[in-house]
Design a protein around this ligand. Sequence first.
Ligand code: ATP
Ligand code: MG
Length: 561
Amino acid sequence: MNDDGTTEGEAIRDFIREAIRADLSAGRHETVVTRFPPEPNGYLHIGHAKSICLNFGIAREFAGRCHLRFDDTNPTKEEQEYIDAIQADVRWLGFDWGTHLYHASDYFERLYAWAERLIGDGKAYVDDLSADEIREYRGTLTEPGRESPFRNRPPEQSLDLFRRMRAGEFPDGARVLRAKIDMASGNINLRDPVLYRILHAHHPRTGDAWCIYPTYDYAHGQSDAIEGITHSLCTLEFEDHRPLYDWLIENLPVPSRPRQYEFSRLNLTHTVLSKRRLVQLVREGHVGGWDDPRMPTISGFRRRGVPAAAIRDFISRLAITKSDSTIEIAMLDHCIREMLNKTAERRMAVLRPLKVVIENYPEGKKEELEAVNHPERPDVGTRRVPFSREIYIEREDFMEDPPKKFFRLAPGREVRLRFAYFITCRDVVKNAAGEVVELRCTYDPETRGGNAPDGRKVKATIHWVDAEKSIPAEVRQYGHLFGRPDPGAGGDYLADIDPQSLETLAGCRLEPSLADAAVGEAVQFERLGYFCADPDTAPGRPVFNRTIGLRDSWAKAAAKG
Ligand code: ATP
Ligand code: MG
């Protein structure tokens, strides 16, 4: 089994891949060329991962290639930081564009020349209407648009004005270049769409060379054609733009004829994926940054300890179709858990420590007990965990007055310490406020390793760490950023942020082997979940993130049907 859910040699089937197979067998293309075209106006999110896995996946399956192209046509919103982050994230997801890194801005000169040509052919004109007037003239879904009074100005006049737009003679918004198509078209995208607007803005790549910039609709298809893209895959909202995409390809001397296919975007419960909203969450400080582990960004998942393979596996389970749907986030969680259960090494940590003194364990004695690193993977071996007279256990593994179904530690009761000994609780020490602050226990030296030679059983095994050798740590636990499954459905999505989605626990204790845990690489804290070291970790002061808990509600629900 591959980590994308396919078996070797098994073909993935969806309407896009079927169209590609048909093109190849009809000899319409020799090589399949796709592209992933992010606009560098934010970090990549899990929705982008669907597009990345589709475009790069297809290139791999059909022995073609996939380009990474920055759609950098709107310099007011785009930044170098995003360009760098996007490349790092695509690589981290496991994909490689080789030498095929491009920018729409690489083509600005050619796009401009083609625009002049459209003007010369009488297929584009400079319009002096304001943005508001253009909107007003555009009409609605039920009413045709009206022609701009500048629509029939002579091509020479448009050409002169267009050149002067480029030369910087006019302020932002004073004029635009529009395609001359059909103001009565049933498709609003064909009602003389804007091709160029004036923007006196510094561009991360072209600097101040330009003060007019092509629109997405004008730049996108032509960039595809310049790069020889055969199949241009985008999300459904561009379906109505396809006639314009095709019109431009037909009316320009472009070197190839790409075709656009649309598929439904990924939506997830408890999640917002619109970049506008993600930018707002970051800018207004509702989260700690783009890589806040509660963010649905690739960098957020990485920081939380989610392996790239789990994201690929999740995406591979999504159908590529044309129908909109919202996926339960529990399904993503399930993929993460399933992957980590296979790969993550086991460790012990105590999040809310309660001290246990083992009265009959010799003072000053120290030993090291052998612990397996993964129950199903003997190849990852064992480690040694220190043990002595004083240890910590999880506060919630003890109850002074336990109800019937509580089988863990209680006065007079014996339990197993994982990989260590059986202990029995003899006494409880409380502070002035009446809170339990320490347990006095005894251990059975005959039970080293966790088994009693006389065959006696205990009903619970609990985890622990050595009091002296364990290391103090901060642990951050995350819930879904949005409490309700459909953030914003009640009006303001910001109001749906769960203030309890981040819980910071100080004074946790980790087994010493975790001192040099690799940042971002999740391990299982036995009985608690999956956790990984956070980049905030400083020498001697580890900070861990909970990647995900152990309980899997999705698998249970799916099994029930
Ligand atoms: P947003 O709508 O969140 O602002 P966008 O579509 O404007 O995102 P781009 O950078 O233009 O963001 O997207 C790059 C590519 O990723 C596009 O081809 C787009 O269709 C695709 N994409 C974006 N969001 C999703 C999603 N939720 N599911 C699948 N593909 C997506
Ligand atoms: Mg976009």
